[in-house]
Design a protein around this ligand. Structure first.
Ligand SMILES: [Zn+2]
Ligand SMILES: [Zn+2]
Length: 258
């Protein structure tokens, strides 16, 4: 399978995943123009993308949905609450959604998609495991706490994209309004570096071949802090050889083949 993180963070999220002759995007949080530019930078043919899956309806995950789905002639996939939330914000959306159940796997061509619920302050947010029959990619961002279900889902993956949003101390010293700090730190907010380390400690397996840390806060985190926390967690469970990468808000990742 192939994966490319086109953008990750509070200004926009979009991940390309391809396998078994099928290509899709997880979220459409960049403008259509920016998404197409970034696909070109990654040398990905946009014509191959026929589906867009949505994790939840926050604007950093759906603001390019209408124009991008039209340009790509892509099918949209979301659960009921996310579809309703996106349609409410963007009534001019040209096509309807393929509705999935948050707990029921479904197929898009040769890819099996396993959504699963995560705690976050949106309608019915989900993470995904994408499986081509041989390789499994897990994507979990915008999750307020390290849940047993997310640990279980990630355990049998080959590649994991995991939120590592903030350093708790930097967040508390950020000068942001206390209500916002509480929202981010809360059970339905975002995952701290330490909470990401907890997921890694409890769910990493010998099957993991790479971790991509994602949705980093630009003000309250750094690549060095996030990756050193994850590496330390891996070393504690003697899996320190698993490479850790950090996804960027501004720079398209390399295409990772797994
Ligand atoms: Zn987000
Ligand atoms: Zn969100």
């Amino acid at each position: 399978m192939k994966i490319c993180i086109l953008a990750s963070g509070s200004k926009g999220n979009c991940i390309y995943v391809a396998g078994g002759g099928t290509a899709l995007l997880i979220d459409a949080g960049l403008s259509a123009r920016e998404t197409l530019q970034r696909l070109a930078l990654a040398r990905i043919d946009p014509q191959e993308i026929r589906s867009i899956l949505f994790t939840h309806d926050h604007s950093d995950h759906r603001k390019g949905a209408r124009v991008l789905s039209k340009r790509l002639e892509a099918q949209l996939y979301a659960n009921d609450a996310t579809a309703a939330g996106i349609e409410l914000c963007d009534p001019a959306l040209h096509s309807g959604f393929n509705i999935f159940d948050s707990c029921s796997p479904f197929e898009i061509a040769d890819l099996r998609i396993e959504p699963f619920p995560v705690p976050h302050d949106a309608g019915d947010p989900v993470g995904f495991v994408i499986d081509d029959g041989r390789t499994r990619i897990g994507v979990v961002t915008d999750i307020g706490q390290a849940t047993e279900l997310s640990k279980e889902k990630l355990h049998n993956c080959d590649l994991v994209v995991l939120e590592s949003n903030h350093d708790v101390e930097l967040l508390r010293q950020s000068g942001r309004p206390w209500s916002l700090i509480q929202r981010i730190e809360g059970r339905c907010g975002h995952l701290s570096n330490d909470e990401a380390a907890e997921i890694i400690t409890d769910s990493a397996s010998g099957r993991w071949r790479k971790i991509v840390l994602a949705h980093l806060s630009e003000d309250c985190n750094s690549s060095a802090l996030a990756s050193s926390t994850a590496v330390a967690a891996l070393e504690r469970i003697r899996l320190g050889s698993i490479p850790v990468r950090v996804a960027s808000q501004h720079i398209v990742s390399k295409i990772i083949t797994i």
